[in-house]
Design a protein around this ligand. Structure first.
Ligand SMILES: NC(=O)c1ccc[n+]([C@@H]2O[C@H](COP(=O)([O-])OP(=O)(O)OC[C@H]3O[C@@H](n4cnc5c(N)ncnc54)[C@H](OP(=O)(O)O)[C@@H]3O)[C@@H](O)[C@H]2O)c1
Length: 371
């Protein structure tokens, strides 16, 4: 059994055990639902599928069959189509709830709604904390969302958004949320996740840290240990999304973690302890990193600097509705296990963070200017 399969199987066993334990301890039995997951084969989708199946729901996914083909569990029905103009497979079908994962275009919500209206009980739209744009203080769900600055949001394409460096990502998500609420008034649940992390994350934005800390030695740490960070394990998000759907929740919820405020120093220490690493952190001042053109978020992932409000989002509403978090150490270990199960070619260059050479260079420059 390869490592990847092992990680997948352990997750499935843990889910099954957890569900059994829940019923032993007298949690309400869950009423089975028919759930349509638009997407379902990328990062968070498979965790939603797994968890929903483990709780006795009937699951259908809808996607192009391009991402991780052949990996969907056989207990889930897979419909093939394309959000760009081929929704035929959704016609004439009924579901209790739809979870819309991949959408950032309001036209995708509008077109899906034209077919699904009257045939589904509720619509769950997975949005993003980026709807708030660059904020200074931590937004709650009533904070203003970004204004769209393009020509026509209904003529946007995914390719155009990518080519524009995702400048309109937050505002298009906000417009998609609005489209969902207008199409399914009073029946829409909007979930706004922060940075999603854990096994299956192809962006390496959190993965950089477990991988780097596991390598050990002197590690460049950004800014000050108390600079706030927020993120959520994809499995915690996926499982909570399903429970929110079961509870017929509606409204808007920020969904990130951890439950109590955490600094980048606490995050790095927890990862180091979980991985039993000998890493030693050298804290490099934010203004020095700026002068060295070391960017928050992309070069120093998860970290957004001292002033950003993005890592201070208010999550009281979600906590009040049962959002829970597994220990960070578990996320770190599972992420590293998953990453190490990937082919060597994929592992040879992380998609976020500093290369070893650049890290050494910046650390040397930092020490030199301190002499
Ligand atoms: N990653 C983060 O840190 C983060 C943070 C905040 C919010 N979010 C939001 O969280 C959501 C996460 O999505 P995910 O990737 O985890 O979901 P997912 O459901 O696991 O994967 C995306 C799915 O969309 C399908 N898809 C893509 N293009 C399609 C098309 N044209 N027609 C039909 N299906 C299509 C893909 O399959 P095919 O390719 O086979 O079609 C895949 O199944 C996104 O809305 C994202 O904006 C992410």
């Amino acid at each position: 059994m390869n490592r990847r399969r092992f990680v997948k199987m352990s997750a499935a066993t843990a889910l099954a055990l957890r569900t059994r334990t829940a019923s032993l301890f007298g949690e309400q039995p869950v009423k089975p639902m028919r759930i349509l997951i638009l997407g379902g084969t990328g990062f968070t989708g498979p965790y939603q599928v797994q968890y929903a199946l483990s709780r006795g729901h009937k699951v259908t996914t809808f996607n192009r069959g391009k991402t991780h083909p052949g990996e969907s569990p056989k207990e889930a029905e897979q419909l093939i189509g394309d959000r760009n103009g081929n929704l035929d497979a959704l016609k004439g079908r009924q579901w209790d709830v739809v979870i819309d994962n991949p959408t950032m275009l309001p036209a995708w919500v509008r077109d899906a709604a034209q077919i699904l209206k009257g045939n589904v009980g509720r619509y769950v739209f997975i949005s993003t904390i980026s709807v708030y744009g660059e904020v200074k203080s931590g937004p709650d769900e009533t904070a203003p969302t970004e204004k769209y600055e393009g020509a026509d949001p209904y003529n946007e394409t995914i390719e155009a958004v990518k080519a524009g460096g995702y400048k309109n990502y937050g505002s298009l998500k906000a417009l998609s949320e609005k489209e969902a609420e207008e199409s399914f008034p009073g029946k829409t649940l909007v979930i706004r996740p922060g940075l999603i992390v854990g096994p299956r994350d192809e962006t390496d934005r959190f993965t950089y840290w477990p991988v780097r800390i596991h390598r050990g030695g002197e590690v460049l740490a950004p800014g000050s240990p108390s600079d706030p960070v927020q993120f959520i394990d994809a499995r915690d998000l996926a499982e909570w999304t399903i429970r929110m759907a079961e509870n017929r929740e509606t409204g808007i919820f920020n969904a990130t973690g951890p439950g109590k405020s955490l600094g980048i120093g606490g995050m790095l220490d927890e990862i180091k302890n979980a991985l039993k690493s000998d890493a030693a952190f050298t804290w490099v001042a934010e203004d020095f990193l700026t002068r060295q053109k070391v960017e928050a978020w992309s070069d120093m992932p998860v970290w957004t600097g001292k002033e950003s409000g993005l890592a201070r989002a208010k999550i009281n509403r979600a906590l009040g509705k049962g959002l829970t978090f597994r220990p960070l150490g578990e996320t770190a270990r599972d992420t590293l296990d998953w990453f190490e199960s990937l082919p060597q070619e994929r592992r040879s260059k992380l998609k976020a963070g500093l290369t070893p050479e650049r890290e050494t260079e910046v650390l040397a420059a930092w020490k030199k200017q301190k002499l």
